[in-house]
Design a protein around this ligand. Sequence first.
Ligand code: DGL
Length: 269
Amino acid sequence: MIRSIGVFDSGLGGLTVVRQLRLALPNENIIYLGDTARVPYGTKSPRTVERYALICQRFLLQHPLSLVMVACNTASANALPAMAEASPVPVIGAVEPGAMSALAASRSKNIAVLGTLGTIASGAYERAISAADKSAHVVTLACPLFVPLAEEGWGDSDIALAVAKRYLEPLFAEHKKIDTIVLGCTHYPLLRDVIAKVCESSCDHEVAIVDSAAAMARSASRTLGRKPQDKETKSRGTLRCFVTDASRMEELAPRFLGETLDSLELVDL
Ligand code: DGL
């Protein structure tokens, strides 16, 4: 039986993870579910996020899967243990890979994590980073306005730059040694360039910007035991995309995926 990788996000941001998965594992079939009817998760309570995440996972598991990937930092931060317990296949979240990428990138171990209100309130990134390196100094900041800017396609605009300055300049003023920023939300990679500009103008040293997407793809490859040579010998995998609300999907999805969607299916959960 051919098994797919199931990828879940509160909305379409998780397509940034699918983009990396398609590069790292081009032969895998992927089933994506974006809970677009209930997005954002970032402002909801942990219990609600866990409830929604379990409903979404249950839908994905109706298909033959090799792996579940929680391509939503808020759900990873608040629902991963419950999801892992309820799943017969391995579940990969976004927090652990993002935390490990930050530690690998940081020289001084002064790390700033940006995320939704729900991710930051959970403390999940601090826990994951300090479990791996007790000496690391972690500061966190919720940047809720980044999500609508990314969805609007304004991630690289003057307005996004002004918002990024407003969030990040006080952070750098208070924590001068930060040398690594974690984009702890699936939408934030769309604001990477403006965040980089603020880092450049606020710091006299280089600041690395990392996100979970590529690290999650590497983790999937390891978990599935895939080898680099598989890429050349097998045909390209399919991408099946489900959403719980289809409004503006044709316009929004390519912003995150970097290509147009072949198919979009509406599901009522
Ligand atoms: N996907 C969410 C995350 O990565 C961001 C959007 C939301 O708030 O649901 O945290």
